[in-house]
Design a protein around this ligand. Structure first.
Ligand code: MD3
Ligand code: FE
Length: 216
């Protein structure tokens, strides 16, 4: 059995509280993480990954797409959630119930008993890709948490404060890790350091991050 297979059979470690209503749940998604590429393949076929453009005109280095009733998009007009994929003029692909249920179970583990995500943003990181410090504030109800599932190569998550220039903590996010962000940390600045090159047995040479949100 490969090391990755052995690790996937270990029980997940205790939650790591980051703040009152924010926590890292190590390997919480272990049971679905190894099957995620097969689950995502038809979604990526219907709504291919694309490099969106920021309102300032910069091409994002992260490639993105969405599933669910709403999807996050960025272009010269700004950031927003849409029900229709502008690339296909069709609704975004459905959110797989198993992934939605996992996000709900994770949210409940941090005290969010009611979490009804309608959007799942899929972020694809090739080696060298980064996500600069930003806040997520396009969701209608900022009292709802964001739940993130990491797949594939390990990334360094940068976790700052409520002001862009506050110091950042670095947290390693591994395959199968889940992070729940709620409470005051919901509006914290955060990002991903340039992804280190490597090969992961499940995803290959990339990291995929799924973020579940109550957007509309
Ligand atoms: C903290 N994604 O999609 S996930 C994003 O790994 C995003 O792809 C990163 O930041 C990634 O917006 C980080 C963890 C995460 C997601 C949303 C948050 C942390 C958050 C919203 C508020 C505070
Ligand atoms: Fe974010």
């Amino acid at each position: 059995m490969s090391l990755a297979e052995q690790l996937s059979l270990l029980p997940s470690a205790a939650p790591l509280a980051i703040a009152a209503r924010a926590a890292l749940l190590p390997r919480f998604a272990a049971s679905v993480a190894d099957a995620a590429p097969a689950l995502l393949a038809p979604i990526l076929e219907q709504a291919p990954l694309r490099h969106m453009v920021t309102p300032g005109g910069q091409r994002m280095s992260v490639a993105m797409t969405n599933c669910g009733n709403a999807g996050w998009v960025s272009d010269r007009r700004g950031y927003r959630y849409t029900r229709i994929d502008p690339a296909s003029d069709r609704p975004w692909p459905a959110m797989p119930p198993s992934l939605r249920g996992l996000a709900q179970t994770a949210a409940a583990a941090v005290g969010f008993d009611v979490f009804e995500p309608d959007a799942c943003l899929i972020n694809y990181y090739a080696p060298g890709t980064r996500l600069t410090l930003h806040q997520d504030r396009n969701e209608r109800d900022l009292a709802a948490p964001v739940v993130s599932v990491s797949l594939g190569l390990t990334a360094t998550f940068l976790f700052g404060g409520l002001n862009r220039r506050d110091p950042t903590q670095r947290i390693q996010l591994h395959h199968g890790d889940v992070v729940v962000w709620g409470g005051a940390q919901r509006l914290a600045f955060h990002g991903i350091a340039p992804l280190r090159d490597g090969a992961h047995p499940v995803t290959g040479r990339c990291r995929i991050n799924l973020t579940f949100r109550q957007a509309l």
